[in-house]
Design a protein around this ligand. Structure first.
Ligand code: GDR
Length: 326
């Protein structure tokens, strides 16, 4: 039975990946920080097969111990301070966890290593936020980075150090540059889920308005369930490499709101939406659109859910959850 170790197990991607790897017959270990982590307790019923392992991305000895204890074939480093807006307020924490946390994971993998003929394969969750103020359209694996937030800067370090450890120590280490990926498990602080949840609540009479920040942005949004397959595929190749994972389409903030509201039968969404400076960021990423051709050609990866399908799925989920609260 292959063994996989996942950091960020309680997040959206951690949950999708655990489910996917369990379906493939893996023994799945999830790193859990702190004592009595409430997020992990909450997911125990849905993922009884995930074995918790204590550890923290800020604590190298705990990562080394986790590697020794679990002896994984594959390590997926999905753990991070992942909310871009928060990174402006907690920049040092973001640099420590999202940036230096990668270095610590790579060191733990290098120190424990795995069997000589079967070294640990490492996946790093890199991000389209690294492209920031984009230097070319669409963005691919060779597009230069220009991050626009402490989060983006930390992710650039994580990506670069992953490539550096691969080149320096011959580690099997891959960096997946994933564009925005969403779904029913997305946290309510991210714009897609905030919008689909508000549309459902407004429809049900549970909320009167939706307060947002800048709507003049474009994102390449895909479905998280499709994207975790690409992570796994990267680790099944003969040689480690870096891949952009994206849909190749971009949609604006207004399109997102309009589509979510029309899903609940509201056509005049402008009546319900107000903008507030408190949700604007000091520097914005205006346009992201990825070129996934390398992942498609080399990994044989394709996405199954398109943008309207994604928003439909998320609105249906929020209607179900919110109806139960009434
Ligand atoms: P992003 O996702 O920053 O792209 O990073 P997010 O959904 O937070 O923001 C997308 C865009 O929406 C604008 N926006 C708002 N955003 C939020 N969260 N709340 C609002 O009220 C709001 N109003 C407008 C933002 O300004 C932004 O332009 C996500 C994260 O998952 C990262 O961890 C990941 O690396 C990247 O996607 C790929």
């Amino acid at each position: 039975m292959p063994r996989a170790f996942i950091t960020g197990i309680t997040g959206q991607d951690g949950q999708h990946l655990a489910e996917f790897l369990h379906g493939k017959g893996y023994e799945v270990f999830g790193m859990v920080k702190g004592q009595n982590n409430p997020k992990f307790t909450a997911m125990r019923d849905e993922f009884p097969y995930v074995e918790p392992v204590p550890g923290d991305l800020a604590d190298l000895p705990s990562l080394v111990k986790a590697m020794e204890l679990t002896q994984p074939d594959e390590v997926y480093n999905l753990g991070a301070i992942s909310f871009v807006a928060l990174s402006f307020n907690q920049a040092e924490l973001t640099a420590n966890i999202t940036g230096l946390g990668v270095l610590r994971m790579l060191e733990a993998v290098r120190m424990v290593g795995g069997a000589q003929n079967n070294p640990i394969r490492y996946y790093q969750a890199s991000s389209s936020e690294m492209f920031g103020k984009v230097r070319e359209i669409p963005q691919n694996e060779r597009t230069p980075f220009h991050p626009r937030s402490p989060y983006g800067c930390a992710k650039v370090f994580g990506h670069d150090i992953t490539v550096n450890y691969r080149e320096s120590y011959d580690l099997y280490a891959c960096s997946g540059i994933l564009f925005n990926h969403e779904g029913p498990r997305r946290g309510l602080e991210f714009v897609t889920r905030k919008v689909t949840n508000a549309a459902a609540r407004i429809k049900l009479g549970l909320q009167e308005e939706l307060v947002l920040g800048n709507l003049d942005f474009k994102r390449d949004w895909g479905y998280a369930g499709d994207y975790v397959k690409a992570m796994w595929l990267m680790l099944q190749q003969d040689e480690p490499d870096d891949y952009v994972v994206a849909t190749g389409e971009t949609h604006s903030g207004e399109e997102l709101v309009s589509l979510a509201f029309s899903e609940v039968g509201i056509d005049d969404w402008q009546r319900y939406v107000r903008q507030d400076q408190k949700f604007f960021r000091p520097a914005e990423v205006d346009l992201l659109i990825g070129d996934p051709s390398k992942a498609q050609t080399k990994l044989g990866w394709t996405r199954e859910v398109d943008f309207p399908g994604l928003i439909k799925m998320m609105v249906a989920n929020d209607l179900r959850i919110e109806s139960a609260k009434r």
